[in-house]
Design a protein around this ligand. Structure first.
Ligand SMILES: Nc1ncnc2c1ncn2[C@@H]1O[C@H](COP(=O)(O)OP(=O)(O)O)[C@@H](O)[C@H]1O
Ligand SMILES: [Mg+2]
Length: 357
């Protein structure tokens, strides 16, 4: 089995012919056979890993274990040949013949955005090391900082082992960190547009949350993205389902909605709309009055309700407003022992992802 691929990946494999459509408005010339149009991405790259400068290529990446699997490819923990101290998360995105298809869009947006925002050393955005082309496997390879796990896997185990004693403070911490990340992205003119537990990563020592997966992130024009490019359906804010409600387009408040929904999902152990079909979700969402579980503090319940207001104009206007909420004000500046112990205990119980998954 080739690196970081499964039977599912391999079915998607074609001869290499790549052209990346440009969704920012400028037209890109069509690629000819066997050419790559990703600027600055080649078969090798020089990385700076905690001050250590090393030139790497895909043959030097040795897989250690699978970290996750998303819609467009797998993510492996890998170490660099002859440099075992260099460990990175390696995301592989298949290069497939281009029409204007979503897979190409994902590959180019993910790489462009993580390169732009992941190189700034911002603590709550996943750090970018390098983008590489793997010609043999027809893949774009994104090398980034490795985290322990995603919040999706974290909450599944957390509920399984009933480790929820410090959940309230941990969720406040997560909101605090992710809002910080989204605010940073906004300052760079970028909306995430796919906020959900599987795109929130967690690290320990110290506990820190980071946003990842820029596959469908969008450019902001005067704080609003004008395309209605789809995110994950069950996290779509009402204004993204019914475009008539949002003549002004998609803005930061749609990401706020997804963050509120993710917080409820983590608390309950399942998505609030898990058992509904698309029609059910659409009708529910337009009149929904969420009732956050009472195991959460009143100030966190209040914040979740604010993030999930149906009319986007009634959600917080800015990320600063969220950071100034009573829920965020009640959060101790330093990570508490309770949070650290909870994260440690949940991480120790997360099952290893099988090789051939
Ligand atoms: N840097 C990372 N560290 C640890 N796990 C990661 C990392 N990046 C991704 N993952 C895992 O892989 C999964 C898929 O990655 P993601 O970038 O979200 O891809 P997709 O675009 O396919 O959703 C994530 O949900 C997470 O479980
Ligand atoms: Mg993802």
């Amino acid at each position: 089995m080739s690196k970081g691929t499964t039977k599912r990946d391999r079915k998607e494999k074609f001869k290499i012919r790549v052209e990346f459509p440009d969704y920012t408005g400028e037209q890109v010339e069509a690629a000819t056979d066997n050419t790559y149009m990703l600027p600055d991405v080649g078969e090798e790259a020089t990385i700076n890993y905690d001050g250590k400068v090393v030139t790497i290529n895909v043959n030097m990446l040795n897989d250690i274990r699978k970290l996750g699997f998303g819609n467009y490819g797998s993510v492996m923990l890998a170490e660099v040949k002859d440099h075992p101290e260099i460990k990175m998360a390696v995301k592989r995105l298949g290069l497939i013949p281009s029409t204007n298809n979503l897979a190409d869009y994902t590959a180019t947006t993910d790489l462009k955005t993580i390169r732009a925002v992941g190189s700034c050393n911002f603590p709550h955005v996943i750090k970018f090391y390098a983008g590489l082309i793997d010609k043999r496997e027809s893949q774009v390879v994104i090398c980034m900082e490795a985290c322990e796990t995603s919040m999706e896997k974290f909450y599944t185990t957390m509920h399984k082992i009933k480790e929820t004693k410090h959940l309230d403070i941990l969720l406040k911490r997560m909101i605090n960190h992710i809002v910080d990340a989204l605010q940073f992205l906004k300052s760079k003119g970028i909306l995430h547009r796919d906020v959900k537990p599987s795109n929130i990563l967690v690290k320990q020592n110290p506990v820190i949350f980071k946003i990842c997966d820029f596959g469908i992130s969008g450019q902001l024009t005067n704080s609003v993205a004008h395309t209605m490019m789809k995110g994950t359906q069950v996290y779509l804010a009402p204004e993204r389902i019914d475009a008539a409600q949002a003549p002004e387009g998609y803005g930061i408040r749609s990401d706020m909605w997804a963050l509120g929904l993710s917080t409820l999902e983590i608390t309950a152990g399942q998505h609030p709309f898990a058992k509904m079909n698309a029609i059910g979700i659409m009708s529910t969402i337009m009149t929904w009055m969420p009732e956050p579980p009472t195991i959460l503090s009143t100030e966190l319940q209040q914040l979740i309700i604010c993030l999930l207001r149906i009319k986007q104009a009634e959600r917080p206007a800015t990320y600063d407003e969220i950071q100034a909420s009573p829920a965020m004000k009640s959060l101790p500046v330093d990570i508490t022992n309770g949070e650290s112990e909870m994260v440690k205990s949940v991480l120790a119980n997360i099952p290893v992802i099988p090789e051939d998954y």
